[in-house]
Design a binder for this molecule. Structure first.
Ligand SMILES: O=P(O)(O)OC[C@H]1O[C@H](OP(=O)(O)OP(=O)(O)O)[C@H](O)[C@@H]1O
Ligand SMILES: Nc1nc2[nH]cnc2c(=O)[nH]1
Ligand SMILES: [Mg+2]
Length: 158
C-alpha cells in the first residue's frame, strides 16, 4: 500500500494553524451544537476550530485503521449516540474515503469537514480547505521532529 504514495506534502504547525483558521472563516456563520473529532488526526484541527468558533462541547469517534502508510481493517473503538444533526464532524484529511464512509454511516446528519482532501475521498466530505494529489503523502507536524541536516558540500563531495 505504501507504494501508492510518490510525493510528500509536508505541513508545518504554522501552515496547519493558518489552514484551519481559513477553514473556520467558511464555518463561522453556522451554529453547531458541538464538534465530533475523528481520532486521532481530527483532534488537533477540532481543538483549533473549537477555539475559533467558541465551541465547548467536544466528542470523539475513535477509529483505528492506518499503521503509518499501510491501511488495515477499520476498527471503531468508540462511537456516539446521535446521528450528528447540528454537529460539526472534523478530521485532518480524507484519503481513500474509507474512514469518512464509515463515520458518515454513524453520523449521517453531521456537517463533515477536513482540512485536506484527496480526490477519492473528496465527495464524502461537505467542506475541505486544500486538495492534495491522490499519490501524495501528507506529513503532519506531530509526526515529525527537528533534525540536524549535513551541509550540502559534505553530502555531495564526501
Ligand atoms: O480516507 P482514508 O484512506 O480512510 O484515510 C484518512 C484517515 O487516515 C488518517 O487516520 P489514521 O487511520 O492514520 O489514524 P490517526 O488519525 O489515528 O493517525 C487520517 O487522520 C484520516 O482519519
Ligand atoms: N499523515 C497521513 N496520514 C494519512 N492517512 C491516510 N492518508 C494519509 C496521509 O496522506 N498522511
Ligand atoms: Mg485519522
Amino acid at each position: 500500500m505504501a507504494n501508492r504514495y510518490h510525493q510528500h506534502f509536508t505541513v508545518s504547525w504554522d501552515q496547519l494553524h493558518r489552514d484551519v483558521r481559513e477553514l473556520c472563516h467558511r464555518l463561522v456563520e453556522r451554529d453547531f451544537k458541538g464538534i465530533v473529532a475523528i481520532t486521532r488526526g481530527g483532534l488537533i484541527p477540532a481543538a483549533l476550530i473549537a477555539r475559533e468558533l467558541n465551541v465547548r462541547l467536544i466528542d470523539t469517534v475513535c477509529i483505528s485503521s492506518y499503521d503509518h502508510m499501510n491501511q488495515g481493517g477499520l476498527d471503531v473503538l468508540k462511537g456516539v449516540d446521535h446521528d450528528g444533526e447540528g454537529w460539526l464532524l472534523v478530521d485532518d484529511l480524507v484519503d481513500t474515503g474509507k474512514t469518512a464512509r464509515k463515520v458518515r454511516e454513524m453520523l449521517p446528519k453531521a456537517h463533515f469537514v477536513t482540512v485536506y482532501a484527496k480526490p477519492e475521498g473528496r465527495p464524502l466530505v461537505d467542506q475541505y480547505l486544500t486538495e492534495v494529489a491522490q499519490d501524495c503523502w501528507i506529513q503532519f507536524p506531530w509526526d515529525m521532529g527537528i533534525a540536524y541536516v549535513e551541509p550540502l558540500v559534505d553530502q555531495v563531495k564526501r
